[in-house]
Design a protein around this ligand. Structure first.
Ligand code: NAI
Length: 327
C-alpha cells in the first residue's frame, strides 16, 4: 500500500466542502490505493457543522479513510499536510468593494500561508479554490517563503471543464475527443478560454467553429457560467467546483496524457508576457508530480488582447493586496 496522504480542507462545512470530502475519502483525489488522513479547518462557529460532516464520513466506512481531525486552529490543520485545499474564503456580499474583498481574504490567507510554512510536509501541494482564487493563492505563497513557489496553485480547472463541455456540445463530439484547450489569466469574468491551440479529432478547433460563436457565445458562456449557475440554482456551483478540485490535484499527482495539457493557475515565470510571480492560469502539463507551463505557443492578436486584459486585472489585484500590506 502507498503511504497515507494528509489532506487539509478549509471551509469544510461549506457547500463545496460537502461535495468534496466524500470523494477525497473514497480515494478519488490521489489514487484508489492511497490511504487518507483528513484535516478539516473551519471558523469556530462552523466547527460543529464540520463535525457533523465528519460523522457522516465515518458512517461511510471508507476503507481508505484513516483519520479525521476537525479544528479551528490553522497550525493544527496544516501540520504535516501533503495536500492543502483552500476552499474557505470570505464571499463578496452586496455593496462590498473589490478592495474590501481582497482585504477580508488577506486576513484569511496570510495566516494560512504562515501555518503551511511552519508545519506542512516537505512535498506540500496547495490549491486555492476560494475566491479571488489567484490572488488568494498569491497571498498564501507570499507567507510561505520556505515552500517552493511552484507548489501554490489556483483553480481554473472548473473553467477548463466548462469550456470542454461547451465545445463538445457545439461540435457534437465527446469531451475526450478534445485536446489542448486552455484557460488563460484570472479565474474571473476576464478569463480567456482559448480554442486556437485546441484540437478536435486531430484538427484545429477554432477552424471548426464560426468566429462569431467563438467570440460572442463560447467565451462569454464560459466566463459567465458561475453567474448563470447562481441565477438558476440560487446558490453557487459546488459539486462541479469540487469535481474540478479533484481533477486539479489528481492531474498534478498523476500527470497529463501525452499530447494533451490542462489549465491551472500557477506562478508565472514571465512566459507569454505574464509578469513573473503572478499566479495566472496557463496551459500546463503535469509530469513527475510537477505542473509546467506549456512553452512556445504562438499567440494571435485576438488572444493577445484578451490574455493581456485578464493579466492586467491580476496585476491590479496584486497591487491592491501589496498596498494593503498582505504581500
Ligand atoms: P460556502 O460559503 O458554502 O463555504 C465556505 C466555508 O468557508 C464556510 O463554511 C465558512 O465558515 C468557511 N470559512 C470562512 N473563513 C474561513 C477560514 N478563515 N478558515 C476556514 N474556513 C473558513 O462557500 P462555497 O460555496 O463552499 O465556496 C467556497 C469558495 O469557493 C468561495 O470563495 C467561492 O467563491 C469559491 N469558488 C471557486 C471556484 C473556482 O472555480 N475557483 C468555483 C466555485 C466557488
Amino acid at each position: 500500500t502507498p503511504s497515507p496522504v494528509t489532506v487539509t480542507v478549509t471551509g469544510a462545512a461549506g457547500q463545496i466542502g460537502y461535495a468534496l470530502l466524500f470523494r477525497i475519502a473514497s480515494g478519488q483525489l490521489i489514487g484508489p490505493d492511497t490511504p487518507i488522513n483528513l484535516k478539516l479547518l473551519e471558523i469556530p462557529k462552523a466547527v460543529t457543522a464540520a463535525e457533523g460532516t465528519a460523522m457522516e464520513l465515518t458512517d461511510c466506512a471508507f476503507p481508505l479513510l484513516r483519520s479525521i481531525d476537525v479544528t479551528d486552529d490553522a497550525r493544527r490543520a496544516f501540520d504535516g499536510t501533503n495536500v492543502a485545499l483552500l476552499v474557505g474564503a470570505r464571499p463578496r456580499t452586496q455593496g462590498m468593494e473589490r478592495g474590501d474583498l481582497l482585504e477580508a481574504n488577506g486576513g484569511i490567507f496570510k495566516p494560512q500561508g504562515e501555518a503551511i510554512n511552519a508545519g506542512a510536509a516537505e512535498d506540500v501541494r496547495v490549491l486555492a479554490v476560494g475566491n479571488p482564487a489567484n490572488t488568494n493563492a498569491l497571498i498564501t505563497q507570499a507567507h510561505a517563503p520556505d515552500v517552493p513557489a511552484e507548489r501554490f496553485t489556483a483553480m481554473t480547472r472548473l473553467d477548463h471543464n466548462r469550456a470542454l463541455a461547451q465545445l463538445a456540445a457545439k461540435l457534437d463530439v465527446g469531451v475526450n475527443d478534445i485536446r489542448k484547450l486552455a484557460i488563460w489569466g484570472n479565474h474571473s469574468a476576464t478569463q480567456y478560454p482559448d480554442l486556437f491551440h485546441a484540437e478536435v479529432g486531430g484538427k484545429n478547433a477554432a477552424e471548426q467553429v464560426e468566429q462569431s460563436w467563438l467570440a460572442d457565445e463560447f467565451i462569454p458562456t464560459v466566463a459567465k457560467r458561475g453567474a448563470a449557475i447562481i441565477e438558476a440554482r440560487g446558490a453557487s456551483s459546488a459539486a462541479s467546483a469540487a469535481n474540478a478540485a479533484i481533477d486539479h490535484v489528481h492531474t498534478w499527482v498523476n500527470g497529463t496524457a501525452e499530447g494533451d495539457w490542462t489549465s491551472a493557475g500557477v506562478v508565472s515565470d514571465g512566459s507569454y508576457g505574464v509578469p513573473e510571480g503572478l499566479i495566472s492560469s496557463f496551459p500546463v502539463t503535469a509530469r513527475d508530480g510537477r505542473y509546467e507551463i506549456v512553452q512556445g505557443l504562438d499567440i494571435d492578436p485576438f488572444s493577445r488582447e484578451r490574455i493581456d486584459a485578464s493579466v492586467a486585472e491580476l496585476t491590479e489585484e496584486r497591487d491592491t493586496v501589496r498596498r494593503l500590506g498582505y504581500i
